[in-house]
Write a protein that binds this ligand. Structure first.
Ligand SMILES: [Cu+2]
Length: 168
């Protein structure tokens, strides 16, 4: 006849209990995993658009107009557009597109310049530019000035543009 001492029985029970408890605590939770939410789209034009090489054509004394040029790089998957700008010493600002018609170079006002998703828009002489009119002061080569860009989503971005002889 086998004899199991009560002490051993107790030890076994405790040990089993401990084992069970340990197993429970490490068992995976039966609750369904919370689906990972897609990251919120926090992008706006001011953050998504990088302004490269902003430059403004220097003006000789007495000249009241100039142009601002730059490359607008859209680093996002959302299309944006440049819809306007402000410049302290300009009385009036328009967005223009230069084109050649019947061998005559002409400028035309446009409502905006599209900056497609993951692409860029080029503002350069002979093409799109920001026309600065009614200048209240001379724009001296070698200096710089701030210009504020306005985008289609209502955000704005102020950049420091170099003033000089803009050829392209
Ligand atoms: Cu113009």
């Amino acid at each position: 006849m086998k004899y199991v001492s009560p002490a051993l029985l107790l030890a076994l029970t405790v040990s089993l209990g401990a084992c069970n408890s340990s197993t429970e605590s490490t068992a995976p939770t039966s609750a369904p995993a919370t689906p990972v939410a897609a990251p919120a789209v926090t992008s706006n034009a001011a953050e998504a658009i990088a302004v490269r090489n902003p430059r403004i054509r220097a003006t000789p004394p007495g000249q009241m107009v100039s142009g601002a040029f730059m490359t607008l790089v859209n680093t996002s998957a959302t299309p944006y557009a440049l819809t306007g700008a402000s410049f302290d010493s300009a009385g009036m600002i328009e967005i223009h597109e230069t084109s050649i018609k019947d061998d005559v170079m002409q400028m035309q006002q446009v409502s905006q310049i599209d900056i497609p998703a993951n692409s860029s828009a080029e503002l350069r002489p002979g093409s799109y530019h920001i026309m600065l009119m009614g200048l209240k002061k001379e724009l001296t080569a070698g200096t710089s000035a701030t210009i504020t860009l306005k985008f289609s989503d209502g955000t704005e971005k102020t950049v420091e543009a170099s003033i000089g002889n803009v050829d392209q």
